[in-house]
Design a protein around this ligand. Structure first.
Ligand code: DAH
Length: 343
């Protein structure tokens, strides 16, 4: 019978093409070619209506079976192509999740950060709280409340970076401003240290930077004396820089302390004999300090007849330079990894 032969031929042709298809796109084209609205099988089905009844019945059944058969074959082939693709992927992109990872390169803490953290630990061990304040300050906290008079040279535009877009605001020139911020909000007694950045209109050279770091200290309690101050500061510097160092205190002037002192440490480089670091004196200036001026206490409404205290301010950058024998301050701020990786 002609129609059945046609179907047989079609089955062979379609089967061969399906088996030979290499990808999903080809399979789709095959589907359209044989089973689509204008496909070969559909065409044959259209011819059925011209056949005599019996033939039509047999051929129709066969054609429908063929349609199901081809659909099935195509979906099997689709699945097997997919599987093959996954297998290839699994092979090409095979990884071993049990392999140990590649260790990430570790950074190190900046020597300034390290020093600050150590200092915080040392002072915390002596009962100090860590405090901080804003880097953008106002005149009151940076100067006035600290008993720095209006004609004091520190207020000169030569030294202070004033903000041009905000009247009365400046970049703090000293961490001493944190003393005021702390005392305004609390009642004594207290012991705090406040490390942080300060800014001055300085050059950027081997021993200056317009941004540097200080560590402020403040103790207010009853009957605080210079003896307390000396004990605390010597203990701290010994632990932080040089256990064998000797110390001396010289009178100095800072508006917010009275008396004001400067603490010197025997030169750790030459041991006190004299060298270029200590400028042949055998001593290195490390920290300004003194007993809190009664005016400062009054400015924050603390009664100076009841309370007294001491304060100090370390220059952190200089300490770190001393500690590591760093000759040029700029190295601390240039972010040169060859330098930083040494710590
Ligand atoms: N603020 C001072 C400065 O920037 C350092 C200082 C000196 C802080 C004496 C103090 C102090 O608390 O008592 O030079």
């Amino acid at each position: 019978m002609k129609m059945l032969e046609k179907l047989k031929k079609l089955e062979e042709e379609a089967s061969t093409e399906i088996s030979g298809a290499l990808d999903g796109k080809t399979l789709q084209e095959i589907t359209v070619k044989f089973l689509g609205r204008k496909g070969k099988l559909t065409e044959i089905l259209r011819e059925l209506k011209n056949l005599p009844a019996e033939e039509k019945r047999v051929a129709g059944k066969t054609a429908n079976e063929l349609k199901l058969f081809l659909q099935e074959k195509i979906s099997e082939k689709t699945e097997s192509l997919l599987n093959a693709r996954f297998e290839k992927l699994a092979e090409d992109e095979w990884i071993d999740p049990t392999q140990p990872g590649i260790e990430a390169q570790r950074g190190t803490l900046h020597p300034l950060t390290k020093f600050i953290r150590e200092a915080e630990k040392v002072f915390a061990g002596m009962g100090f709280t860590i405090a901080s304040g804003p880097q953008i300050e106002d005149d009151f906290h940076n100067f006035t409340a600290l008993n720095i008079p209006a004609d004091h040279p520190a207020r000169d535009a030569q030294d202070t970076l004033f903000l041009s877009n905000e009247a009365g605001k400046l970049l703090r020139t000293q961490t001493s401003s944190v003393q005021i911020r702390w005392m305004e909000e609390r009642k004594p007694p207290f012991r705090i240290v406040a490390p942080g950045r300060v800014f001055r209109k300085d050059d950027f050279d081997a021993s200056h930077s317009p941004m540097f770091h200080q560590l402020e200290g403040l103790v207010v309690d009853r009957k605080i004396s210079l003896a307390n101050m000396k004990a605390v500061m010597e203990a701290a510097v010994k632990r932080l820089i040089a256990p064998e160092a000797k110390f001396r205190f010289r009178t100095s002037y800072f508006p917010f302390v009275e008396p004001g002192l400067e603490m010197d440490m025997s030169c750790t480089i030459c041991g006190g004999g004299g060298c270029s670091v200590c400028k042949q004196t055998g001593w290195i200036e490390i920290v300004g300090c003194g007993l809190v001026h009664p005016n400062v206490l009054r400015n924050v409404k603390i009664d100076p007849t009841e309370w007294s205290g001491f304060a100090f301010g370390f220059g952190i950058d200089r300490m770190v330079m001393l500690r590591h024998g760093i000759k040029d301050m700029r190295l601390l701020f240039e972010n040169d990894l060859r330098f930083l990786r040494q710590f």
